[in-house]
Write a new protein. Structure first.
Length: 349
């Protein structure tokens, strides 16, 4: 279900929405028909390009790509940062990070000499020192996770990566703004990115800030996709102020069951809330919400053995919660995202 466009692979993109005024295209992680079937907040936030990448192999010495940040409200920064990777390797300072503004920006990339990193990559794969899935020849432009983005003119000769140049396995993630990437400084600092990096896998990121309400339409769409090998759902924190534990139990059960009925043999992990200000203030609803998710998953596991519950406090708990939170008391800092990724990797590996 990858989208090819003018010689590049648009990873985690399902549809391009043409903008008549600017003559460019908005990148969409889900089909427009699905977006309009989600809750009203998710209809807006699913437009953010969390985990979206422009992937290609350069055949010319230079490539220039037009990008534009979606118009912002006063509370949102008017620019976001893109990163450039060569396969699994972070690009040198000459090619990134680069800013994308609401007025439009040109991202210029000069082809690098891949001799050294190709040797590192091939040696690592041969000796199993690490599990890396991307060929160094694959240029990856990591788009800003925190807002929407438009793709404009592409200049230079490129081709899409071949399947052999990409990871063989894919992890699909769904959850709140934390899964989406909330408060990480860059896309590569998000726990979802760091997790798949450690697993040698690829990521389909369907995190939806403030609006992971386990919509039936989203569950059905995930269930029907054939392009993922394993999934991780982070559930609960977006509805703690509006739902009862029983409502969460029922919604989570329906959502998980939709997916597992269609994909019973694929492993699915479900985690509840990571440490946040609700725990600091000893809000009884926090523990009740965790109990609701745990009970739901454990009951469903009797029918679907390849289903596992993960306690969010064991992933990022009170012991390290203070140092792992950002200043809003809810989202992890870069350190928090790294801790989550490390501990999830131990359990998913």
């Amino acid at each position: 279900m990858e989208y090819e466009y003018q010689g590049m692979l648009l990873h985690n993109v399902q549809e391009l929405i043409y903008d008549q005024e600017y003559k460019d295209c908005r990148l969409s992680r889900v089909p427009e028909s699905l977006r309009l079937a989600l809750n009203s907040k998710a209809q807006k936030n699913i437009r953010f390009v969390s985990g979206c990448e422009l992937r290609f192999v350069m055949e010319s010495s230079q490539v220039s790509i037009g990008l534009r940040r979606m118009p912002v409200s006063p509370s949102i920064l008017s620019q976001g940062m893109v990163q450039v990777y060569q396969g699994d390797f972070q690009g040198s300072y000459q090619i990134g990070p680069q800013a994308v503004t609401t007025e439009g920006s040109q991202i210029v990339i000069h082809k690098q000499d891949f001799t050294n990193i190709r040797q590192f990559w091939e040696s690592g794969r041969k000796n199993s020192r690490f599990l890396r899935g991307f060929s160094p020849e694959v240029t990856r432009i990591l788009l800003p996770y925190d807002w929407g983005c438009f793709l404009g003119e592409i200049q230079g000769k490129i081709r899409p990566p071949k399947p052999s140049e990409l990871p063989a396995k894919r992890l699909l993630v769904y959850g709140s703004s934390i899964t989406h990437g909330g408060n990480a400084s860059l896309m590569s600092k998000t726990y979802a990115f760091r997790l798949v990096e450690s697993l040698g896998a690829d990521c389909i990121n369907l995190g939806c800030a403030g609006s992971a309400w386990m919509d039936s339409a989203m569950g059905a769409w995930i269930a029907g996709r054939k392009d993922w090998d394993m999934a991780l759902f982070e559930l609960g924190v977006n509805v703690i102020g509006v739902w009862s534990p029983q409502m969460l139990y029922e919604a989570a059960g329906s959502f998980i069951r939709q997916v597992k009925e269609a994909q019973p043999d694929k492993p699915v992990w479900v985690t509840d809330m990571y440490y946040n200000h609700h725990d600091f203030h000893h809000d009884p609803k926090a523990s009740a919400f965790r109990d609701a998710i745990k009970t739901c998953v454990e009951q469903l596991k009797e029918q679907y053995p390849r289903l596992e519950y993960l306690n969010g406090l064991e992933i990022m708990g009170e012991k390290d919660g203070f140092t792992c939170l950002s200043s809003d008391g809810l989202h992890p800092s870069d350190l928090g995202h790294e801790v989550i990724a490390q501990r999830l990797s131990e359990r998913l590996a």
